[in-house]
Design a protein around this ligand. Structure first.
Ligand SMILES: *Cc1c(COP(=O)(O)O)cnc(C)c1O
Length: 410
């Protein structure tokens, strides 16, 4: 049950050891959460505890340590299942990140089901991780990639999407919330339309999983992918959710231990789900720690965090709009807590260096979305992205530092 107490941001901050540190003599202001979130002590401790107390390989051993490690590993799978509302734990596959999850699908599904002339639809808002794997499989199979255009504010052109769909469409793979702009896409409608044309739908949830309530069964997506490190968990762990019957119909992604039932030199038979897609020794420590990142979110409550972040976003946006020559990119209603902007006559990189000198971490550049930057006609943006532990005071520090930097740059 989520707490009904007022949102206590100072107590939340105290759970994140890194927030105590200084950068260039100033208290760290961390606004690069869309690249990776900081980790609560619970997550850090879980990794140390695993290596100090029950490090063992999983699923095979017949000894106490192996049993404990297997139980903790599978508890993470159950936590992820509950976090996104999957029907069965077999539908949760551990990978090393969103990137690997999409590569797994593009290969293990695409190798079986894609043929020359088939079409894959992505959008102009995609991260490179949801572009390049599709280009690679499309090239091998002779399939064609089509791209949903956006308007000047980063909203998808849904009419263009509808016209693009046909019996040739085999896969629609679209980001739920843009990492570069924060814009939330009408994902339910995108999925429904894909299904009406007999196509599958993959949702890149790398940004949405941490901010929005996710229920893969009501979304009815065929695949949902995200990264542990953007949900207060460790790096090196990703999630692939897939509907069971679709995962069953796919080829394994990698061959090796764990993913097989029986092996002879002539032929091997594959293991059941989810192990069919988890070849080799997985990232046991980080998978185990992931459940504590999810636990942090559940304990504070996603709705409470979302409300706090919405206040930060509204406050930051209103202050930024007052800065001369500044334009917020993707300035729409439906957004996660990301604010991306450009300033006339200022190169984002110069600004980032001056902000870092004042202890402030923001992201600048193309945000792994170069085609999107081309659509917007910019080389890059400066992006501030907010998490559960950020404060209004930190935004004031950013605005003050920004104004000071602009005096030096202009
Ligand atoms: C971060 C991100 C990715 C890639 O995630 P990795 O953890 O680097 O694999 C893909 N899509 C979006 C929208 C992202 O924000």
């Amino acid at each position: 049950m989520a707490s009904t107490l007022p949102y206590d941001v100072q107590s939340i901050r105290s759970e994140f050891p890194i927030l105590q540190r200084k950068v260039k003599g100033k208290s760290l202001v961390y606004f690069d959460n869309a690249a990776t979130a900081q980790k609560p002590k619970q997550v850090i401790d879980a990794i140390t505890h695993y290596y100090s107390h029950y490090n063992a390989n999983i699923h095979r051993g017949l000894h106490t340590l192996a049993d404990e490690a297997t139980a903790a590993f599978e508890a993470s799978r159950a936590a992820v299942q509950a976090f996104i509302g999957a029907k069965q734990h077999e539908e949760i596959i551990f990978t090393k990140g969103t990137t690997e999850s999409i590569n797994l699908v593009s290969n293990a599904w695409g190798n079986v089901f894609l043929e020359a002339g088939d079409e894959i639809i992505i959008s102009s808002l995609e991260h490179h991780a949801n572009i390049v794997p599709w280009q690679m499989i499309a090239e091998r199979k002779g399939a064609v990639i089509r791209v949903i255009p956006i308007d000047a504010d980063g909203r998808l052109d849904m009419e263009a999407y509808k016209k693009m769909l046909s019996s040739k469409t085999k896969m629609v793979s679209v980001v739920h919330a843009s990492n570069a702009l924060g814009v939330i896409n009408p994902i339910e409608q995108i999925i429904q339309l894909a299904h009406q044309h007999g196509a599958l739908a993959l949702v890149d949830g790398a940004q949405s999983a941490v901010h929005l309530d996710i229920d893969v069964q009501s979304l009815d997506c065929d695949f949902f992918v995200f990264s542990g490190h953007k949900t207060y968990g460790p790096t090196g762990v990703g999630i692939l959710y897939g509907k069971r019957h679709i995962l069953e119909s796919m080829q394994p992604y990698q061959g090796g231990g764990e993913m097989i039932k029986e092996v002879s030199f002539e032929k091997s038979t594959y293991n059941e789900l989810p192990f069919k897609f988890e070849a080799g020794t997985p990232n046991i420590a980080d998978v185990i720690a992931l459940q504590f990142g999810i636990d942090f979110i559940s304990r504070i409550g996603k709705a409470a965090i979302r409300q706090h972040e919405a206040e930060l976003l509204a406050y930051a946006s209103s202050k930024l709009r007052l800065v001369e020559g500044l334009k917020i990119r993707g300035d729409v209603e439906e957004k996660v807590s990301v604010v991306s902007f450009t300033i006339e006559g200022v190169h984002p990189q110069d600004l980032a260096i001056l902000l870092d000198n004042q202890g402030i971490a923001v992201r600048t550049g193309h945000h792994c979305a170069q085609p999107l930057m081309n659509c917007l006609g910019v080389v890059g943006t400066t992006r501030a992205s907010f998490a559960a532990y950020n404060t209004i005071e930190e935004i004031d520090i950013l605005i003050e530092a920004l104004n000071k930097s602009l005096k030096m740059l202009k």
